[in-house]
Design a protein around this ligand. Structure first.
Ligand SMILES: [Zn+2]
Length: 303
């Protein structure tokens, strides 16, 4: 069994997002884990990359989660090769309604941002660009939504393992000592929807020797995952500190992401806003902080 990484760029036009790490598993079958964003350049790049390692056509496309920068080229590959696309059932709807999903995602961020005291000039522009790009994508014609997946390969059994937190249907594909984690584990930080689930998912990933992330440096080790856990704990303490005397979302974000906040670029602030909200909701769930009249208050000194 061979593992070959392929990195596919994120379109520069949007000013956010990173190149996606995709992986080919070559054994008695050829599997492709994630595809990268669909753009004319990326179509050529991915096909070339697969051909150059003798992995064309891939038989199965395994998606780690339902984000457009991971499944985007799935529809195109499927049209060319007839490859089967597999995705966890919790994220499957995102392949069908990603256009509505993007709008919903954007509108939610804008509502939270405005409520938290941000000016949102410029967000509309990015939203319409994203919508245009998603309309140009080739939609997957069909896909298989699974709860648990097992594929017998000559080199071992590949299994799915739920690692929710980044999205509800995030999965890692595991084989022997390797885990392909998508966006559940990335060096330094992960954008989380649900930090409580994310902590549990990191526990599960820690038993593997090599963890192959959806972005940035690869592979990660057990120590890298522990560093990620420690990072989240530190950040939670920082958020608690920031709302000790009561603070608006904007004040907390400005303190947590001081250097970025100086740039006054609301597009760059989308992820910090989302992430800070995830920290606050985690602390709320733990009874460590709460919101009163638009301000967040810490109920404890430390987590
Ligand atoms: Zn993602």
């Amino acid at each position: 069994m061979k593992i070959i990484p392929i990195t596919i760029p994120f379109p520069a036009a949007f000013g956010l997002g990173k190149p996606a790490n995709c992986y080919v598993i070559k054994d008695d079958q050829t599997l492709l884990i994630d595809t990268g964003w669909d753009s004319p350049e990326n179509r050529v790049a991915l096909k070339k990359a697969l051909e150059s390692i003798d992995a064309w056509p891939p038989e199965t496309i395994l998606l780690t989660h339902g984000h457009i920068d991971h499944f985007g080229l799935g529809g195109y590959l499927q049209q060319l090769t007839g490859a089967e696309i597999m995705v966890h059932k919790e994220d499957a709807h995102m392949l069908d309604d990603y256009e509505e999903d993007l709008v919903r995602w954007y509108d939610k961020v804008m509502t939270d941002a405005i409520e938290g005291g941000f000016e949102t000039d410029g967000l509309e522009d990015v939203r319409s660009k994203l919508l245009l790009a998603s309309k140009a994508m080739l939609k997957p014609v069909s896909f298989t939504a699974f709860e648990d997946l097992k594929i017998e390969l000559k080199g071992g059994t590949l299994k799915s393992m739920g690692v929710p937190g980044h999205t509800p249907g995030s999965v890692a594909y595991t084989i022997r000592e390797e885990a392909f984690s998508g966006d559940a584990a990335i060096e330094n930080t992960v954008n989380v929807e649900d930090l409580k689930q994310e902590f549990l998912s990191l526990q599960k990933l820690k038993v593997f020797k090599n963890i192959y992330p959806g972005h940035d440096r690869m592979p990660l080790s057990r120590q890298d995952i522990e560093a990620l856990e420690a990072h989240f704990v530190d950040r939670l303490d920082d958020v608690l500190g920031a709302c000790r005397d009561g603070a608006t979302l904007r004040q907390i974000v400005d303190r947590m992401y001081f250097a970025m906040a100086q740039e006054q670029n609301v597009i760059k602030m989308i992820f910090p806003i989302k992430q800070t909200l995830a920290y606050l909701h985690y602390l709320e769930g733990e009874g460590a902080a709460g919101k009163k009249e638009g301000r967040w208050f810490a109920f404890r000194e430390r987590l």
